[in-house]
Structure formats: structure tokens, C-alpha cells
Design a protein around this ligand. Sequence first.
Ligand code: GLN
Length: 278
Amino acid sequence: MRITVADCLRRASELESISDSARLDVELLLGHVLEKNRTWLFTWPEKLVAEDAHSTFLTLLKRRVQGEPIAHILGEREFWSLPLYVDSSTLIPRPDTEALVETAIALTTSPDNILDLGTGTGAIALALASEFPNANVVAVDKSPQAVALAQRNLQRLQFNHVTILESDWFAALKKQRFDVIVSNPPYIDEHDPHLAQGDVRFEPVSALIAGEAGLADIRFIIESAQKHLSLGGVLLLEHGWRQAQAVQRLFEQNGYTKIETRKDIGGNDRVTLGWKPQ
Ligand code: GLN
């Protein structure tokens, strides 16, 4: 049987019921198998695909049809233009979270030290490390598997100003203080119907769900960060698109100033921040 690149890409139709990005998904799967980028696929639709490559492609396609996230199948996801290894022990980095990185960069000039709480793949910490080569960046996660994954990503990127530690939020940090603290904590309510759809079904509950209608970890971080921020330091948190008001209130109740909320690329409220007074 003579199978071409175009034949493989037509299989996108099989993904349409489970994915909003069926065509892109198929391109990424085929590109992964053939070790070619998407431009190559568009340029050579008539190229023949060898039998073993085709059968590997069909195996990956089947996993995707069953709902497995593309990032898990490929074992990688790009975030802030950095290639990151991904596995099922952490959240998959999302474009929404780039709003957190953008805001941190826009608001600070040359922080001496940055802390990322619940780093997962290390995405936020590594993105900030790429932008602030002179900062000392600390990233923590309570999951040993997440710490190991973040370490692999750090080794791949070869930044020598990042430290990754196993820590339940601030627990392992003692009295250390930071100019910038960032986090994308769990913030989804356990009854949210969104949890039964798409990629989140394959992500760890511990990275997604929080008590108090999703606000428990956010509340804990806002309360505890005061003790770990430098004077004039800033705390930036990602949250759900309908949580901005509640999160702003928590910042107010805990003595932060110049509190504001920023939107993600989808136009939803996504990041709220506050400063520790000088
Ligand atoms: N933004 C993610 C989602 O809604 C959840 C991320 C999180 O809980 N930190 O799928």
C-alpha cells in the first residue's frame, strides 16, 4: 500500500469529535513520527510514508482518539518558546499561563530572586529564568515526580541560576525572602464539569482541584507569602476566569497594595497580583 503524507493528514477527520484542533494534532503526531516539522509536511504532501512509520503514526493516532493529550503522546510541550518535557505527573503547560510570565516581566526590572510555587514541569520558573539571567530562581513542588521532571527540563535548558526543591508550598524555604513570588496553584472546584472533559482528565487532581470552591491554596499562598516577600516585593497568582474578585479580596484582606488583575490571551481574567508595602 502506498500511503502519502496527505493520506495521513486526512485522518484528522477521526479526531474532530474529540479535539478542537484535529488538523494540528494530526500534523504534530505525523511530524513527531517522521521527525519533520509542519512546514515540511505542507511542502511534501505526496511523499510516501514508510510502512513502519505509518503503523507508529496509527498507534499514536489511536491514543489521541481515546482522548490522551497531545503533550503526553509527544512527551513534550513548548512554553514561552522553551521546549519542555511533559508527563502525567504534572499539569501540561498552557498558553493561558504565559500571561503570568508576561505580567511578571512587565512589572519588575531586575529582581534578585524569584520563587515559583508548585512548579510542575518547571515552565514558569524556567521562562522567568530565561528572561532574568541575573536572578536567583527557586522552584518548588511537593511531588517528587514533578521535581524530577522539572530537573530534567532544567538540565535540558542548562540554566545555572535555577534551584528546584521538593517542598509543600513554603515548607522547605525557612526564612528566605523573594522579590517576586509566582504560582499557578490548583484552583478548580471539585464539582466543575470541565474536569470531565479534554486534557484535564489525564492530569493529576492534585494540580487541578482545591477546596473552598477552588480558593483554598490561593488563600494559603496569599496569607503565607507575606512572610517570604521582600519589602516592595510582588506576588502574582494564576486563577480561574471567574475568581478575580474573590482573589482580589484575599489580597486586600492580607495587606497587599496596588492589587490588579490581568487577562490571558483568551481575554479572560487570569492573573491577580499585589505588592508587599515598602
Ligand atoms: N487552567 C487550567 C484549566 O482550567 C487549570 C490550571 C490550574 O488548576 N492551575 O484547565
